[in-house]
Design a binder for this molecule. Structure first.
Ligand code: HEM
Length: 395
């Protein structure tokens, strides 16, 4: 028996589906979009162990060219650390980390605050709006443009292509065209930065040399794509899922407004409770494995459900109770082991500024729909709402 992660039951309440799976067995056969079968790990201890198991690797997969884009373009978007194993992974991560430093991220704080302010200004007086469309979606793209050094005059096209590449649902059909356009733009941007470097991450990546080693053209372009997608789809949903949980039980909103010191732990709790990356990216078993007593053959596609692991009652007391001040076992929302999220400090910073802005500017913010109308996006990778209509956007 396989379980699907995109039907109406799942979309109405993914937590309920995972709760049942977690109680039934530590590993499940699931069917992914396109009919691909995978083994899904649902419990915390197994998940954490799998994320550091050297027998679960990425590279055997060589991501298939499902979009049917030209081979050279496909190569220029897939040669990044998240699809690599050691020693390639170690090398790629080291080269990128040399310039994606805590200092560079912290230096973004004033610009993120400014960008947040501009978006909130534009929302003033709207009365009602979709918080995802007006705020949670545009903010991370603006931040990544800033980080990479996309010139202001190119921001609109860059944002449009990026939105198409990262957007959910039907618009995905336009993705191949957008990937080609974005790929062309990234090549051009790299050429420009090479001639006239700036103080941005992309110029930094061009300059990085490590014992004579450097990023190749494909690795550079692929890393830009990875940062764009890994840094966007995810942060959107941290902001939107967190805002939803604050408004769903409005006492939480009121409490956080009054007790701002709870914001850091509240953000960790949003990450645990509604992990934006609900499952890890694919791994493949290089040998037969036993996970939680279940035999998994060699050559199997294995996914780790971070969302399910983070709700495991064996690790979290009263896991389905969202507590803004929760401490204890750290969540797995940013993964674990060698692929641990490189952008975690940036995501936390963005969330901190975004929630502060919302709480300050819109004290009367409320959900403008009934929870029965709520739909989660389909699919195994991203956990986020389709829309989040809110009211209370008066000046
Ligand atoms: C990897 C989650 C934001 C860049 C990962 C992984 C997870 C994750 C779970 C590991 C996937 C796996 O092992 O299969 C998140 C969440 C975010 C977020 C929940 C926001 C709330 C960001 C941002 C950036 C970023 C803002 C950068 C701009 C990366 C990169 C990797 C990664 C480069 C690959 C690391 C490697 O393979 O060594 N992220 N991420 N992420 N993330 Fe994030």
């Amino acid at each position: 028996m396989t379980t699907t992660l995109y039907g109406p039951v799942f979309r109405a309440d993914p937590h309920a589906v995972y709760r049942t799976m977690r109680e039934e067995a530590p590993v499940h056969r699931v069917e992914l979009a396109g009919g691909v079968e995978a083994w899904l790990i649902t419990r915390y201890d197994d998940a954490k162990a799998a994320l550091t198991d050297p027998r679960l690797v990425k590279g055997v997969l060589h991501p298939p060219n499902r979009m049917g884009i030209p081979a050279d373009v496909h190569s220029a978007i897939t040669h990044h650390m998240l699809s690599a194993d050691p020693p390639d992974h170690t090398r790629l991560r080291r080269l990128v980390s040399a310039t994606f430093t805590p200092r560079r991220i912290d230096a973004l704080r004033p610009r993120i605050t400014e960008l947040t302010g501009e978006l909130l200004d534009a929302m003033h007086g709207l009365g009602e709006a979709d918080l995802i469309e007006t705020f949670a979606f545009p903010l991370p793209i603006a931040v990544i443009s800033e980080l990479l050094g996309v010139p202001v005059e190119d921001r609109d096209s860059f944002r449009d292509w990026s939105n198409l590449v990262t957007s959910p649902g039907e618009r995905r059909a336009e993705s191949p065209r957008a990937v080609l356009a974005l790929h062309g733009y990234v090549q051009e941007l790299i050429a420009r930065k090479r001639k006239a470097p700036g103080d941005d991450l992309l110029s930094g990546m061009l300059a990085v040399r490590d014992d004579g080693d450097r990023l190749t053209e494909d690795e550079l372009a692929s890393t830009v794509f990875l940062l764009l997608i890994a840094g966007h789809e995810t942060t959107v949903n941290l902001i939107a899922n967190g805002a939803y949980r604050l408004l769903e039980t409005r006492e939480r909103w009121v409490e956080l407004r009054a007790r701002r010191e709870l914001l850091p732990s509240a953000i960790e709790e949003f990450l645990r409770f509604d992990s934006p990356v609900q499952t890890s990216t694919h791994r493949v078993s290089t040998a037969p494995l036993t996970i939680g007593g279940v035999d998994v053959p060699a050559g199997a596609t294995v996914l780790i459900s971070l969302l399910s692991a983070n709700m495991d009652g064996a690790r979290y007391p009263d896991p389905e109770h969202l507590r803004l001040s929760r401490t204890g076992t750290p969540h797995l929302a940013f993964g674990h082991g060698i692929h641990y999220c490189l952008g975690a400090p940036l995501a936390r910073l963005e969330a901190q500024i975004a929630f502060t802005g919302l709480l300050d500017r819109f004290p009367e913010l409320r959900m403008a729909f009934s929870p029965a109308e709520l739909t989660w996006r389909p699919g195994a990778l991203i956990h986020g709402l389709e829309a989040l209509p809110v009211s209370g956007l008066a000046p």
